[in-house]
Design a protein around this ligand. Structure first.
Ligand SMILES: Nc1ncnc2c1ncn2[C@@H]1O[C@H](COP(=O)(O)O)[C@@H](O)[C@H]1OP(=O)(O)O
Ligand SMILES: [Mg+2]
Ligand SMILES: [Mg+2]
Ligand SMILES: [Mg+2]
Length: 321
């Protein structure tokens, strides 16, 4: 099965959502705060509305597990924010009403099941606000296996001199591609080869509190990566590994938040892009990421993403660290 229709629907939705996010960013958005103190913007909501509308219209039977929901937006105090979101959504869907926008956002309140979509409308909201990297990440999961991943990185250029804006697409068993968000041909991508010393670098989060940079750097050194890490926000890190521009992405539990568990929407799309480019994705103990049981990957700790060749060496270095 090649998921042709699914692919077309979400590629179109991801490109539209990426445009909305870039429009918002040009206007320098203020951040709102969620109940867990993390930031959210009108772009996170607008992106989720556009994508959930597209998926819900095309595949009404499918559940969508999205990061955001519209509860806060129904508070009368948020009317001005909701109006702003609706205005941005109207640049893509001219007839949209505020009522529809909240309804579309809430299509993302589905549950993990035998076939579901998972969506991060802006992955790396902190990067988005800093004018750095972020990603619009969509994945289709069947029976616990990611089958399709589409990831738009509006600020990412893979080759020096490229215009920023990269779209990654992967279908299970069919490889991974990247292309410019501004159009043009898709090209197949592959992870770093074992002898490609120049690209033997590693990527990690910009946000120190999202990982354990001390340990990440120690492990990288232990496996022979001498260059300093490249720090990048969001699942764009998966796209960089899949494109052969880094050999390793490590995300180890932060000593400050030992109880943090990773969310499925923060990894599903990126993981299939790397796997289909020939790489490997596990948690820090070598366990596969669990997309079968719920929105939090409660049984996994940390994430290790590599070109495959160095994966076991990295896991061994982690055990020793
Ligand atoms: N304490 C935390 N530890 C790990 N990841 C986090 C934490 N808080 C938020 N995140 C999520 O980390 C991801 C971005 O991380 P990074 O850029 O560090 O790789 C985002 O998915 C962000 O969610 P969000 O989608 O809300 O931005
Ligand atoms: Mg968030
Ligand atoms: Mg995220
Ligand atoms: Mg997000």
């Amino acid at each position: 099965m090649s998921y042709e229709r699914e692919k077309q629907v979400v590629i179109e939705a991801a490109i539209a959502a990426a445009k909305l996010c870039q429009d918002v960013r040009r206007d320098i958005p203020p951040a709102m705060e969620k109940s867990d103190k993390s930031p959210v913007t009108v772009a996170d909501y607008g992106s989720q509305a556009v994508i959930c509308k597209a998926i819900g219209d095309a595949f009404p039977e499918d559940a969508i597990v999205g990061e955001e929901d519209a509860t806060a937006l129904r508070d009368p105090e948020m009317a001005a924010q909701l109006e702003k979101i609706t205005q941005y959504v109207r640049t893509i869907l001219p007839e949209a009403t505020s009522e529809q926008v909240t309804e579309w956002i809430d299509r993302g309140n589905g549950q993990v099941g035998s076939r579901y979509w998972t969506l991060d409308p802006i992955d790396g909201t902190k990067g988005f606000l800093r004018q750095d990297q972020y990603a619009v990440a969509i994945a289709l999961v069947e029976n616990g296996e990611v089958k399709l991943g589409v990831m738009a990185c509006p600020a990412l250029a893979i080759e020096e001199g490229d215009e920023p804006g990269t779209l990654f697409v992967a279908v299970r068993g069919e490889g991974a591609t990247r292309r410019s968000l501004h159009g043009g041909e898709a090209q197949t991508i592959r992870v770093v080869k074992a002898d490609d010393v120049e690209n033997l670098r590693f990527v990690e989060s910009v946000e120190a509190s999202h990982g354990d940079q001390g340990r990440q750097n120690a492990v990288a050194q232990a496996v022979g990566i001498t260059a300093e890490s490249v720090r990048v926000d969001s699942q764009a890190k998966y796209g960089i590994v899949a494109s052969g521009k880094a050999a390793l992405y490590m995300r180890l539990p932060s000593p400050k938040s030992p109880n943090y568990r990773e969310n499925i929407w923060d990894h599903a799309a990126g993981a299939i892009v790397v796997e289909e480019a020939g790489g490997r994705v596990t948690d820090m103990h070598g366990k596969p990421l669990n997309f079968a049981d719920g929105s939090k990957m409660t049984e996994n700790r940390g994430v290790v993403v590599s070109n495959g060749v160095i994966h076991e060496t990295v896991l061994a270095a982690l055990r020793d660290s």
